[in-house]
Design a binder for this molecule. Structure first.
Ligand code: FE2
Ligand code: FE2
Length: 151
């Protein structure tokens, strides 16, 4: 599997976790808190690994201004997600404010995933060759493992 396949696998996993989160009832406070924490950890690792591998290379390779703007837009969406996660970590889980913010996180990540698989992966297929895409897959996995998870 190349890096784009690995990224899509992660996206599908996190989308399934979103569904699970949204299916929880109002009394499932402990499960909600636990699941939210797991999702945030996954997102932090995934985003950081993307930035260190695929995004870093695409930043160098993107030739056109339009391509560079798409990459920068995706970076910006990562920044927004990590700022939101930092705020969420300071709140009581899962009070009303937490739940409202977490819903915004879910919606913005869903939007980001769509953009990423559409725009960023398209640029990657144009600018990187098959070998590069394959070689980036284990680097992505390694990068994910090296991201410190704050608890
Ligand atoms: Fe991303
Ligand atoms: Fe992603």
């Amino acid at each position: 599997m190349d890096i784009l396949g690995v990224i899509k696998r992660d996206h599908n996993e996190v989308k399934a976790l979103f569904k699970e989160y949204e299916s929880l009832g109002p009394n499932a406070k402990a499960s909600r808190a636990k699941l939210a924490k797991k999702i945030m950890e996954e997102l932090v690792k995934h985003d950081e690994a993307e930035e260190q591998t695929l995004y870093a290379l695409l930043k160098e390779r993107a030739r056109g201004s339009e391509e560079r703007i798409k990459i920068l837009e995706a970076f910006e969406e990562h920044t927004m997600a990590s700022e939101l996660i930092a705020k969420l970590k300071k709140l009581e889980t899962p009070d009303e404010e937490f739940m409202a913010k977490f819903q915004v996180l879910i919606e913005s990540v869903q939007h980001h995933i769509k953009d990423e698989e559409g725009n960023v992966h398209k640029i990657a297929r144009e600018e990187l060759d098959k070998d590069e895409l394959n070689e980036l897959a284990p680097k992505f996995e390694e990068a994910k493992k090296s991201v410190p998870v704050t608890r």
